[in-house]
Ligand binder design. Sequence first.
Ligand SMILES: NC(=O)c1ccc[n+]([C@@H]2O[C@H](COP(=O)([O-])OP(=O)(O)OC[C@H]3O[C@@H](n4cnc5c(N)ncnc54)[C@H](O)[C@@H]3O)[C@@H](O)[C@H]2O)c1
Length: 334
Amino acid sequence: MAQKILVTGVAGLLGSHFSTYLLDKGYTVFGIDNLSGGYLDYVDKRLIKDKQFYKIDLIDQKALEKIFKKCKPDYVYHFAAYAAEGLSPFIRNFNYTNNLLCSVNVINNCIKYDVQKIIFTSSMAVYGHGKPPFKESQVPLPVDPYGIAKYTVEMDLKQAYDQFGLKYSIVRPHNVIGIQQNIWDKYRNVIGIWIKKTLAGENIGIFGDGTQKRAFSDIQFCMEPFEKLMHTADCDTFNIGADTEYEIGKIASLVRKIAQEFGYDPKIEHLESRHEVKDAYCHHAKAKKILGFKDHTDIETTIREMFVWAKKQPVRKSKNMQYEVSKNVYSFWK
Ligand SMILES: NC(=O)c1ccc[n+]([C@@H]2O[C@H](COP(=O)([O-])OP(=O)(O)OC[C@H]3O[C@@H](n4cnc5c(N)ncnc54)[C@H](O)[C@@H]3O)[C@@H](O)[C@H]2O)c1
């Protein structure tokens, strides 16, 4: 019998791609999403047709438990989160509710319903100001509420294993890009924001001088290692993502160059600097060795594919978050 996999955040970038990958491989998939950051259009049609997509908020303990009771998943991939790292100090309560307490609800049910293993997407935000390329052996020291929530869930998973034997693996992906990314959210996904702005005839904005470094990772190379985690590397943690880091300013120029191929000519403007880790990228030797991870990201090709896709998307509304603390909110978010 096909193994049953529950994917949270199934309408988002990672969840939508991974659920399609699993369905193509013959797994039975159930998906949860509250559509706060993902879109119904991106949920695999097979899940909707088979009534295996559940629109619930993970904070709703009753609704969540009902799904576990009914679906009895063998494995859970917990992708759902609001990954707006830079915004998280201004929405602390929302951040901890959505990224920590919702994860706790998922973990509780994994324990109660004897899930064989939970795979959790943490983030390189847990490394804070550590020296890049970050290695899994570095002691995490997150510097913002988003990273703190992620690291807290990591520690909670260890506790759940120690006391209840719930197996887990942790993935720390970074700057994943691809089609079906939310490009309408002004608070996260920098390349997506630039593509959306270009299509709207607006400028490409860089926070600060643009010398900060990131490595952008094509989503397609995450699929196989994610799948392998079901059956290997219990209680272990892996960085997954592209090997090559670039200055953000260089990526902005690349986006502009590709935009020009499509007939757009966005200007690049420098905005106020953000409170952020300057250089953040990871070392992937462990995932390569244990999970057979291979990074073949060709950033130019991926951005071009995103442009082709984005041009065909409906115009979607950008949401304005309700700040819990508006003190020192950056000018570009006011
Ligand atoms: N994309 C990246 O570069 C990246 C990097 C590091 C870590 N991650 C982590 O990977 C995971 C997936 O990221 P993504 O880029 O696919 O994000 P995403 O925003 O595209 O997808 C997350 C999905 O979770 C859903 N969701 C959020 N809160 C929910 C809730 N309370 N109940 C139900 N559904 C909820 C959203 O509607 C969305 O569809 C997240 O946990 C994120 O923190 C992503």
